[in-house]
Design a protein around this ligand. Structure first.
Ligand SMILES: Nc1ncnc2c1ncn2[C@@H]1O[C@H](COP(=O)(O)OP(=O)(O)OP(=O)(O)O)[C@@H](O)[C@H]1O
Ligand SMILES: [Mg+2]
Length: 355
């Protein structure tokens, strides 16, 4: 294998069009040469959530321009790339199709390998630009669509030990922010306004905190916010409710991370926790998880802030790792709107779930 490896990554699973080029020089960690992200926040803001058709149209308009920008920024020529990687799932099918079909076309035209990347694996590997992290490790994935604890034994080797039985944590942040009349996406807004509020003002529920192992539930918390919302009168009340919501999330995360670590210790000798996904950008959440890791003598790794939410650099690093193992895909590979990291894990959503 030649010394320098250049990988192009494409991400279009939801509302971010992103293209990245990374380089592996045989050093401890790969280098990001370009990571161009075009966010569609403005397109979806007035709807308070992502509209799939509008998202797909915007990806179509942007994908070529963003690719050209990434090539220019990295000073890399298409012919010098070693492989084309792109998110192939999970995500919105119309959005995934834009990026993945574009990757197929590039792969065919350039005669370079095509690598289908699981978006969640991209999140999981995102701290590896700063740190060389050895398997096995415990992963906490907290994003807009997922909230899971996974035992990671290697590339593609995931065992889920905990998940949400209803809303994802990012979704709970977004819906709470919407109820309180804050902007979109809601997570950063809640974090911002919480600083102005009293976290002890409202007593909110912590569903399944003492049962269900390291599974999560956030639906009841969200409903409680809705109930209290009817009583708030001033701006200060709103900030207090935002702060109380975030403080309750911190208590849930603290307890469930403790449980997950103790379960992980039973099955693995690893002593590291990786936290990834958009919600991992939250400073308070980072601090509470650092506290748990300090108490449990675990090493903790987070991605850089800008690599927490969706970006193509994380797709390219997953592509790089698969490239090294020669895990290539054929042009007939289809995108997968549902693509769990642990495909043996039981579906744990909806009423009637027994914990
Ligand atoms: N500072 C923050 N505090 C809390 N939540 C945040 C923060 N920054 C971003 N988020 C949340 O992160 C989520 C977006 O993360 P991400 O881009 O990883 O999710 P996604 O790609 O939509 O979902 P998935 O990766 O599960 O498919 C949103 O719900 C957003 O509100
Ligand atoms: Mg994501």
């Amino acid at each position: 294998m030649k010394k320098k490896i250049l990988i192009l990554g494409i991400e279009t699973s939801c509302d971010e069009t992103s293209v990245s080029i990374i380089q592996d020089n045989g050093k401890k960690t790969p280098k990001i040469l370009a990571n161009v992200i075009s966010s569609q926040i403005k397109v979806h803001k007035k709807f308070g959530g992502v509209v799939p058709e509008l998202a797909a149209r915007s990806h179509l308009e942007k994908i070529e321009i963003i690719t050209k920008k990434a090539l220019k920024k990295s000073k890399v020529k298409l012919k010098d790339l070693d492989a084309i990687s792109a998110t192939a799932g999970p995500g919105l099918i119309v959005c995934l199709s834009v990026g993945f079909n574009f990757a197929k076309a590039l792969s065919m035209a350039l005669k370079k390998p095509l690598i289908a990347v699981n978006h969640l694996e991209g999140h999981a590997l995102s701290p590896m630009f700063e740190n060389k992290i050895n398997f096995p490790y415990l992963l906490l994935l907290i994003s807009g669509g997922h909230t899971q604890f996974l035992v990671v034994r290697g590339l593609g080797k995931y065992k889920r030990i905990g998940t949400t039985i209803d809303d994802a944590l990012g979704e709970a942040f977004d819906k709470t922010a919407k109820m309180l009349g804050f902007g979109f996406p809601g997570g950063p807004e809640i974090e911002k306004y919480s600083k102005k509020g009293n976290p002890d003002k409202f007593d909110l529920p912590k569903p399944i905190i003492n049962k269900g192992g390291c599974n999560f539930s956030f639906a009841g918390l969200k409903t409680a916010v809705l109930r209290y919302k009817n009583f708030i009168k001033t701006k200060k009340d709103k900030y207090d409710l935002a702060a109380s919501f975030q403080a309750t999330v911190l208590k849930i995360i603290y307890k469930k991370t403790k449980v997950a670590i103790s379960e992980f210790k039973k099955v693995s000798k690893g002593r590291s926790l990786i936290v990834a996904g958009g919600v991992a950008a939250n400073k308070q959440i980072r601090n509470i998880i650092k506290k748990v890791c300090y108490e449990e003598n675990f090493k903790i790794y987070f991605p850089k802030n800008e690599l927490c939410t969706d970006n193509a650099a994380m797709i390219a690093i997953a592509g790089l790792k698969k490239f090294k193992q020669k895990k290539f895909n054929n042009l007939n590979f289809s995108v997968k709107p549902r693509w769990p990291l642990d495909n043996k894990a039981k579906f744990l959503k909806g009423s009637g779930v027994k914990l």
